[in-house]
Design a protein around this ligand. Structure first.
Ligand code: AMP
Length: 284
């Protein structure tokens, strides 16, 4: 496995792999790799002969006062994980390699970026879509792999790729959870032991929502209230949103018909946690 932080170098390597007829898979990450990322690398390996994992804590997707500086960067451990799981290349650029001058050019998706996390994180998705466009232009992947854990991000990227005719396929992989249901996340490291235990209430709440929808509830407000009540069992949990939305437009749903995405965000001590599940009411 090869490691580089240089755009010129990764371009050469992917050009060569392409010339050899290999399919190129890209797994964009911010590092601090865990089993959720590993599932993406493995999915990429099943589809592509040449897998590039990018490790880049992208400054433009963090807002003021967010955790950009404190975000974990266990570089050597990340490289070892990529090697163990069969990546061909790790691309780990510095911020100045990716943004050598003031960035004046942005890719931004309207509408679906304004719901859910977009409300409290203005410019977050603009940072994500811009850095993903840059990574797609640098690496030239046939397929890029994202996690359903960040369902809004995946929907935004899909939409960007469709709207701008970007020549690659987006694959979204299921959320990897710990035994007690908590979605694995690099930010779980911020939690104390007590907070880690409390965090399990998020998945319990989502499951309570699922149960209601599957047993016929159609009033989104009632389902939301139930989810909030379960999360409210942990007084330290500050709910940012509990939303039932259309899985494509991400617009709030009032009456549940068909598939619905239930998404939540909450603050627990130093961590902002997000999670979601797709539920199908079976009603059309
Ligand atoms: P991050 O490093 O947190 O920016 O995540 C990089 C990619 O891994 C994104 O596409 C995430 O959606 C995905 N990811 C993060 N956590 C999980 C998880 N628990 N299960 C599946 N995918 C995940």
């Amino acid at each position: 496995m090869r490691v580089t932080g240089k755009i010129d170098e990764i371009r050469q390597w992917t050009a060569q792999a392409r010339a050899e007829g290999k399919h190129i898979g890209l797994v964009p990450t911010m590092g601090a790799l865990h089993v959720g990322h590993v599932a993406l690398i493995e999915a990429a390996r099943r589809r592509c002969e040449f897998v590039v994992v990018s490790l880049f804590v992208n400054p433009t997707q963090f807002g003021p006062g967010e955790d950009f500086e404190n975000y974990p960067r266990p570089f050597e451990q990340d490289v070892a994980i990529c090697e163990r799981h069969g990546a061909a290349v790790v691309f780990a650029p510095s911020p100045s390699e990716m943004y050598p001058r003031e960035n004046l050019t942005w890719v931004s998706v309207s509408g679906i970026t304004e719901h859910l996390c977009g409300r409290s994180r203005p410019n977050h998705f603009r940072g994500v879509t811009t850095v993903c466009t840059k990574l797609f232009n640098i690496v030239g992947p046939d397929v890029a792999f994202f996690g359903h854990k960040d369902a809004q991000q995946a929907a935004v990227i899909r939409r960007m790729v469709a709207d701008l005719n970007m020549p690659l396929e987006i694959v979204v992989c299921p959320t990897v959870r710990q035994g007690d249901g908590l979605a694995v996340s690099s930010r779980n490291q911020y939690l104390s032991e007590r907070q880690r235990e409390d965090a399990t209430v998020i998945y319990l709440a989502l499951q309570a929502g699922r149960q209601m929808v599957e047993s016929g509830a159609t009033d989104a407000r009632q389902v939301r209230a139930r989810i909030e009540a379960v999360m409210g069992r942990v007084p330290a949990m500050q709910i940012e949103y509990v939303s039932l939305v259309d899985p494509e437009t991400l617009e709030d749903v009032e009456r549940i018909t068909g598939a619905v995405l239930i998404a939540v965000a909450a603050r627990l001590g130093p961590a902002r946690l997000i999670d979601n599940i797709m539920v199908d009411s079976g009603k059309r």
